[in-house]
Design a binder for this molecule. Structure first.
Ligand code: FES
Length: 307
């Protein structure tokens, strides 16, 4: 804004060109999605009780989320079908396209279930984007189902048109899935960097007398936040920020799991063994970084990354 001879001249702010990421960032802020998102998330959480099925859907046995690799199957099938639809073909080509469309549909259900499980334990902004991602992929599945039906009745041209419409919805959903995973870090291991931030060797942490018995506390080592639990002579130290989305583990609840003491993250219930940070229950799939400990003669607790 300039003032000249008592007049105010406004200099127009150049409008940045619209990019797809602007739309995705707009979805992050779209509060009108909160009500349906929260209602669906509540239903999913009610249906998925902690246990083996929920853990499998999150990908706990695999050590990373199950949803992203599963999305490759319908995506691969339907993109292949679209390529075959774009080249001149015969009856064999038509049969191959139908097989690919059907295989994509068959793999869509487990893919959707894993995504739903992960989505139900995300931050609000992630759930907003995730909801539209899900709507796009459900639309794509519906269009491919219709395409298969029409092709089965001999309507190849109509089936192709529905297939291309499905591919468009699928690619839009895939773009939002990428935004969710790489811009909003849903599914990423949020504790992976901790070990790299700590120099090698032993580091003084605190006096053993400052640690209450069987009560987790938060301690800082430089700018690294640690979960510290003393149980008699044993001192367990984990990275404090949960691997799932960074929740504060020192505020979590302690439980027994067989012979092990575990901590439950207060945000979404990921459960870790305190002795080594291994995952007992998801949504976290990555081990929580753990530290070796020792106590010096003068009572100072020292830690170093577990090898
Ligand atoms: S932040 Fe989600 S379970 Fe810990």
């Amino acid at each position: 804004m300039n003032r000249r001879a008592g007049k105010i001249f406004r200099r127009p702010v150049p409008r940045p060109r619209a990019h797809p990421v602007d739309l995705a960032e707009g979805l992050e802020r779209a509060r009108l999605l909160d009500r349906p998102a929260q209602a669906i998330a509540r239903l999913v959480r009610r249906a998925l009780r902690p246990g083996a099925v929920k853990d499998a859907l999150h990908g706990v046995p695999a050590g990373h989320p199950a949803h992203p690799p599963l999305t490759d199957i319908p995506l691969g099938c339907w993109v292949s079908a679209a390529i075959l639809d774009m080249v001149p073909g015969d009856d064999d080509t038509e049969r191959a396209v139908r097989t690919l469309v059907a295989a994509g549909l068959a793999s869509a259900l487990p893919t959707a279930l894993t995504g739903l499980a992960d989505w139900s334990a995300l931050h609000r902004e992630q759930q907003r984007v995730g909801l539209v991602h899900a709507l796009s992929t459900v639309t794509a599945s519906g269009l491919y189902a219709a395409s298969l039906l029409v092709r089965g009745r001999g309507g190849t041209a109509g089936g192709k048109a529905l297939g291309f419409a499905g591919l468009t919805a699928l690619l839009a959903g895939g773009y939002l899935g990428g935004h969710l995973a790489f811009r909003q870090a849903a599914g990423a291991n949020h504790a992976e960097s901790v070990i790299h931030l700590m120099p090698l060797g032993w580091h003084d942490l605190c006096s053993v007398d400052d640690l209450p018995e069987s009560w987790p506390v938060h301690r800082r080592l430089g700018y690294i936040s640690l979960f510290v639990l003393r149980q008699g002579d044993d001192i367990h130290v984990l990275a404090d920020g949960c691997a799932h989305l960074g929740g504060p583990l020192h505020q979590g609840r302690l439980v027994r799991q067989g012979d092990d003491t575990c901590v439950i993250c207060p945000w979404h219930g990921s459960t870790y063994r305190v002795k080594d940070g291994s995952v007992v229950h998801g949504p976290a799939t990555g081990r929580q970084p753990a530290f070796e400990t020792r106590v010096r003669d003068d009572g100072i607790v020292q830690v170093r990354p577990a090898g």
